[in-house]
Write a protein that binds this ligand. Structure first.
Ligand code: SF4
Length: 373
């Protein structure tokens, strides 16, 4: 990995070169031909596809081959419940919801409370489970179809997951996990075993159906290493390799060189932030603006390093025409950062109000979604 940036499942740092990540990780770019095919099969393209935010994949052509032959695929995604949810976490979930709707796919949503305990985010396992249930409220609030969505916590669905994880674990060597995750002697043995449990839901749809079901995993590109092991082990277990579709990462509100992070609360908007706090974060965010109004009017600003523009582009402005107008007026100097932030805040505010209401209602709907043994 080049020194100037780092992208791993645990750490994202520096100015990310997404093209180089495709080469480093050995994934494939989503080409214009593949976009046309997605458009044909889905009937439309999600803005994240049109804008190249969802930009990389593994075996997506195969998923569409199967789909076009009448073999539906399942979706698998997950959440490591280390903290509350910020909008950066939700980025792949917005896209997953679109995939579920357009392809009528069943979604398996794994909550890895065991992982977050094993990897030392919590002193007590019960704490991880509790945060897991808080995160489940956000997932339900996003509007996934209860008839096609199965959410489970590892500690509560282990009878189903464990036999698959054991089959996977028998075929994964310690040296493989060392090579992929950099484990050392000081790592606890739960951490080393854990990857087999993360692989299990990729095969669960096939186990449930008693036949091969293709699985597509939408995730941030930083999560790709987790699923390389699942893909390696799949043929030896008699299952198809899960396919992946990767999104870029929502930049931090604090500026270039990182993604939104739960460990830095000011870096992102959390779903449980008060409106006043969220507004303060937007108004204090890093921009590509000039030092003075006069300079900005004269020289224009730079949307490509601006966290406010990234939020318009990644999530809050679905209209391509208006996004282009924001970009143009930013560069020409017609738009000033204060106004631009307030306009974005209007969009964030209505999203947060809606989401927080839906999150409240989700408390009474958990049992419609949760699987337990
Ligand atoms: S005008 Fe808007 S998009 Fe341009 S730099 Fe300022 S905040 Fe960012």
């Amino acid at each position: 990995m080049p020194e100037e940036f780092v992208v791993t499942p645990w750490e994202v740092r520096g100015q990310i070169d997404y093209d180089r990540l495709i080469t480093e990780f050995g994934t494939e770019r989503i080409t214009s031909e593949l976009l046309e095919r997605l458009q044909r099969d889905a009937g439309e393209l999600h803005p994240m596809l049109r804008r190249g935010i969802v930009y990389s994949h593994r075996d997506l052509n195969w998923i569409l081959d199967e789909y076009e032959k009448g073999h539906p695929f399942a979706l698998y995604t997950g959440r490591g419940p280390s903290s509350g949810i910020h909008v950066g976490h939700m980025l792949p979930w917005f896209f997953t919801k679109w995939l579920q709707e357009r392809f009528r796919a069943t979604l398996y949503f794994q909550i890895t409370d065991d992982e977050k305990y094993l990897f030392r985010d919590f002193e007590e396992l019960g704490e991880a489970t509790k945060v897991g249930y808080e995160n489940v409220l956000d997932i339900i609030a996003m509007g996934f179809d209860p008839k096609r969505t199965k959410i489970f916590l590892d500690t509560e669905y282990i009878h189903h997951l464990y036999p698959i994880a054991v089959e996977a674990a028998k075929r994964i060597t310690f040296s493989t996990t060392q090579a992929v995750f950099g484990f050392e002697n000081a790592n606890n043995i739960g951490e080393i075993f854990y990857t087999s449990l993360q692989a299990a839901p990729a095969f669960l749809p096939s186990v449930d159906a008693g036949r091969e079901i293709p699985v597509l995993i939408p995730c941030g590109i930083d999560q790709d290493p987790h699923f390389r092991i699942a893909r390696d082990v799949a043929p030896r277990l008699g299952y198809p390799k899960p396919a992946l579709i990767h999104n870029k990462l929502l930049p931090s509100l604090l500026g270039p060189g990182g993604k939104m992070s739960a460990s830095v609360p000011e870096s992102g908007i959390f779903t449980t932030d008060s409106l006043a706090l969220a507004k303060r974060k937007v108004l204090n965010a890093f921009t590509g603006g000039r030092a003075t109004v006069e300079e900005q009017r004269r020289l224009g600003a730079n949307p490509y390093i601006c966290s406010i523009f990234a939020n318009y582009e990644f999530i809050f402005e679905p209209d391509d025409g208006h996004l282009a107008e924001v970009e143009r007026t930013c560069k020409s100097g017609e738009r000033l950062c204060g106004d631009c932030k307030l306009e974005l805040w209007g969009k964030v505010e209505s999203f947060l109000r809606r989401h927080q209401e839906a999150r409240e209602r989700a408390k009474a709907r958990i049992e419609k979604f949760i699987l337990r043994d």
